[in-house]
Ligand binder design. Structure first.
Ligand code: 5GP
Length: 141
């Protein structure tokens, strides 16, 4: 999921390609969803700005998210992709903020639990800034 998951996706795909027994063929595709707009609070209104190009029907699909907070974005995407009948649908997130869930999105793989704060860096932005930070930081600290 762009743009926040860009860095983690690249690192993940690179690792999957280099570890022994990893998938020999990985197709990377991007979907762009917006639920925050210019704010640092979720509006709860998920909008798709760009859909996938590839067909996921019958495929093993892993959603790569940057951060799950309320879970609304991931829940929306899981429903959107399930309707296309993938053979398998798994979800991973670099960061999880499990404090204020509003939707029951299933997460199969979690990198780290983040604090209950707005974080930036390593792909995560605030109004398009700070994505390029080579570390994850709490905004305003
Ligand atoms: P949810 O629907 O789970 O509340 O929203 C998840 C999306 O909101 C993430 O993909 C990300 O774009 C944005 N988001 C949620 N929390 C944060 C945060 O702490 N920092 C940043 N940069 N984005 C966040």
């Amino acid at each position: 999921m762009l743009k926040g998951a860009l860095y983690v996706t690249v690192d993940l795909v690179r690792t999957l390609c280099t570890i022994g027994g990893g998938p020999s063929e990985i197709v990377v595709d991007y979907i762009v969803l917006s639920s925050y707009g210019q704010n640092s609070r979720s509006s709860g209104d998920v909008r798709m700005l760009k859909d996938l190009k590839s067909c996921v029907t019958g495929k093993h699909v892993v959603i790569v998210e940057d951060i799950v907070d309320h879970g609304l974005t991931l829940d929306w995407l899981q429903k959107h992709l399930r309707a296309r009948n993938p053979a398998l649908l798994k979800s991973c997130t670099l960061l999880d903020k499990p404090y204020h869930r509003r939707a029951n999105a299933r997460i199969d793989y979690v990198g780290m639990t983040a604090p209950d704060a707005f974080v930036v860096g390593y792909g995560l932005d605030h109004q398009e800034r700070y994505r390029n930070l080579p570390f994850i930081a709490q905004l305003g600290h």
